[in-house]
Design a protein around this ligand. Structure first.
Ligand code: NDP
Length: 315
């Protein structure tokens, strides 16, 4: 039998945006229901130290921070659940959401805070060697590569952070960077450039991976398409992707205005989407800043807007 529920406020996602929305909605007595999504705690659970969230002068472990936010939301009555929203119907009111175990939830307001997921290069070898040398999370899988040789693809802050982390475990870390420079912030750049274990391979692309039982190396090309193009194989034990993210908005795309990548479009300076009572917060609606503190702030805004909407509609 299908379980049917009703709530005034449903929050989807459990990163800094989702939990902050739950804290505010809980304190406003909206009794929010929150579905955590496939990765409880979101992307910060895959990072090590968060050094730039205000209020933690010594930094804070990403996992711990998310556990603290969860506890804080629960303290104010948020009903936090494991599971995913797999279907949405915004053509009717209350809005209808269906969970992965078939529960139907009617809600007056919804806060979409589904975050973003790591991107892959699109090589068939990434699938072939998934869990056998290919990873998009150094802090999750780095442990398996102690004293081994690995590569990190990408030249942004994430790639630098992952490379630095891996350098603490591995004997050698290559960074495979397609441009002749790193895109990362100066402090992160300096950190990798000064690390003896890290070697940056500029103007390099990956053509494929090889290995009998798991990754044994990568087929690389330097200066692809140029007259001095050079192809060679680089022996490796692990291959880590750090090339950016895709917003997790597929469930809502049919209803909500999104940009061409899939980030939800909100009305300038607000978390309001094109559908009243539906708000977006955090990385699923932010292709520019993508910071935990920004996500938390937008989660707060979404909850305040949900509260206002409910009051205006006498719900
Ligand atoms: P970015 O988009 O900043 O960087 C992605 C990197 O991957 C770029 O070097 C890009 O190359 C490269 N790349 C993308 N696609 C490919 C491809 N197909 N093949 C090869 N290389 C590719 O993403 P990040 O995840 O690094 O950062 C996202 C945001 O999060 C940024 O604003 C960043 O500052 C922030 N951040 C902050 C941290 C902190 O403050 N502690 C930690 C991590 C992230 P190219 O430059 O050529 O486009």
């Amino acid at each position: 039998m299908t379980t049917k529920e009703y709530t005034r406020c449903l929050i989807v996602g459990s990163g800094p945006a989702g939990y902050t929305a739950a804290i505010y909605a809980g304190r406003a007595n909206l009794k929010p229901i929150q579905y955590c999504g496939p990765q409880t705690g979101g992307q910060l659970t895959q990072t090590t130290e968060v050094e730039n969230f205000p209020g933690y002068p010594q930094g804070v472990d990403g996992n711990q921070m998310m556990l603290d936010l969860r506890e804080q939301a629960q303290r104010f009555g948020a009903d936090i659940r494991d599971g995913e929203i797999v279907k949405a119907d915004f053509s009717r009111k209350p809005y209808l959401l269906i969970t992965d175990n078939g529960t139907e939830i009617e809600t007056e307001t919804i806060i979409v805070a589904t975050g973003a997921s790591a991107k892959y290069l699109g090589l068939s070898d990434e699938q072939k060697y998934a869990g056998q040398g290919v990873s998009a999370c150094a802090t999750c899988d780095g442990f398996f590569y102690r004293k081994k040789v690995v590569a990190v693809v990408g030249g942004g802050d994430t790639a630098c952070e992952e490379a630095t982390y891996l350098a603490g475990l591995c004997s050698k870390v290559y960074m495979i960077v397609r441009k002749p420079y790193l895109r990362a912030s100066d402090v992160m750049k300096k950190r990798v450039e000064e690390n003896e274990k890290i070697e940056i391979l500029y103007e390099h692309n990956t053509l494929g991976l090889y290995g009998e039982n798991g990754v044994e190396g990568a087929h690389l090309v330097k200066r692809l398409g140029e007259t001095d193009e050079q192809r060679y194989d680089l022996p490796l034990d692990g291959f880590f992707l750090a090339i950016g993210h895709t917003p997790n908005t597929s469930v809502f795309k049919a209803w909500l205005d999104c940009d061409n990548v899939g980030y939800i479009r909100t009305q300038a300076g607000t978390p309001k989407t094109n559908i009243e009572g539906v708000f977006a917060a955090g990385d699923c609606a932010d292709s520019v800043y993508r910071q935990a503190v920004v996500a938390a702030g937008s989660g707060c805004m979404a909850a305040l807007e949900a509260e206002r909407y409910l009051a205006e509609h006498n719900k």
